[in-house]
Ligand binder design. Structure first.
Ligand code: SAM
Ligand code: DTB
Ligand code: SF4
Length: 330
């Protein structure tokens, strides 16, 4: 029999910020069933494992981005055939947010293909954020790097979460993007925290990285001064024309391991099954929920790539006996 009381200390589910790379790699190396069991124990200490938080994304400014992220359809450095747009208007954003709420989403996330936010765009963004918030949805934005006063302005408009991913480990970073540094990502995360916003921060797997790089990403997240409230794990959606578009897909079991280790090292985070879900079987997604994922993106698409769609997702959750986390009321 498995005696939880005499198990490893992390089964207590207390947040730690002093993980070592070796400890995180040791979690990855556990027998699969043991790792999932441990993650499930940690998951149940703070969350109802039958509940799942549903977020919906909208690209409010697509393409033409100055960064050279090797995975991204929206970088101006890669020829992906994607047409660039300007910032869309608040009325269109609110129509999309209303539809997302009707379909059952509890959080609405607005994404812009920007390297960094320009002050001139803040009034338009504030109108969107105020409007989405007034619908009773949680608000999230991902707009590139932020300066401290910009994070405060977004918070004052009613922003709940800011998404800014570390993407991979510090050592692996320059293989993925060279137009910004890991430290610049950490600086924006600190600015977001200092403004009192909740942090959504995770990464991507399936970019041809090693297991040590996956562990290194989770090490960086776990050892942040405060854990992210929201921790998206994306499986690379390979985009033709991008430097990483030819990467070998991540093995499904290794993806589930990554979710389980994220759950253990950031026990209070909502771990989000993010990009790449369209290519996953229902059984693989169920294993991710078993491993501690308790959030996912819903709707027809992410920013520029497809999702399974609400009908398939409703059927999956119903067949698994899971239900969406109750959305805030307007
Ligand atoms: N420009 C902003 C930024 O980079 O922070 C916000 C938008 S960006 C598209 C948000 C995140 O989406 C990236 O940090 C990356 O983790 C993820 N992402 C982008 N393209 C992806 C792809 N092809 N597959 C998986 N995840 C991807
Ligand atoms: C995150 O970690 N994943 C989302 C959200 N944060 C902004 C974005 C995924 C984008 C996938 C590729 C695309 O649709 O363009
Ligand atoms: Fe720009 Fe964000 Fe895409 Fe990087 S991930 S190219 S910053 S939109």
């Amino acid at each position: 029999m498995h005696d939880v009381s005499s198990g490893p200390a992390h089964l207590a589910g207390l947040p730690r910020h002093d993980w070592t790379g070796a400890q995180i790699e040791a979690l990855f190396a556990l027998p699969f069933t043991e790792l999932l069991f441990q993650a499930a124990i940690v998951h149940r200490q703070r969350f109802d494992p039958t509940e799942i938080q549903l977020s919906q994304l909208l690209s409010i400014k697509t393409g033409g981005c100055a960064e050279n992220c090797g995975y991204c359809s929206q970088s101006a450095h890669h020829d992906t055939g994607l047409a660039a747009t300007r910032l869309i208007d608040a009325a269109t954003v609110l129509a999309n947010a209303r539809a997302a709420r009707e379909a059952g989403a509890g959080r609405f996330c607005m994404g812009a293909a920007w390297r960094d936010l320009k002050d001139r765009d803040i009034p338009a963004l504030a109108e969107m954020i105020e409007g989405v918030k007034a619908l009773g949805l949680e608000t999230c934005a991902t707009l590139g790097m932020l300066q401290p006063h910009q994070a405060v302005a977004l918070r004052d408009a009613g922003l709940d979460f800011y998404n800014h991913n570390l993407d991979t480990s510090e050592a692996d970073y320059a293989r993925v993007v060279t137009t910004r540094t890991y430290q610049e990502r950490l600086d924006t995360l600190a600015n977001v925290r200092a403004a009192g916003l909740k942090v959504c921060c995770g990464g991507i797997v399936g970019m041809g990285e090693t297991r040590a790089a996956r562990a290194g990403l989770l090490l960086s997240l776990a050892n942040l001064p405060e854990h992210p409230e929201s921790l998206p794990i994306n499986a690379l959606v390979p985009i033709p024309g991008t430097p990483l578009g030819g990467s070998d897909p991540i093995d499904g079991l290794e993806f589930v391991r990554t979710i389980a280790v994220a759950r253990i090292v950031c026990p209070g985070a909502m771990v989000r099954l993010s990009a790449g879900r369209e290519g996953m079987s229902r059984e693989l997604q169920a294993l991710c929920f078993m491993a501690g994922a308790n959030s996912m993106f819903v709707g027809g698409q992410l920013l520029t790539t497809p999702l399974p769609g609400m009908d398939a997702d409703r059927a999956l959750l119903s067949d698994l006996g899971m239900r969406p986390t109750a959305a805030a009321q307007a």
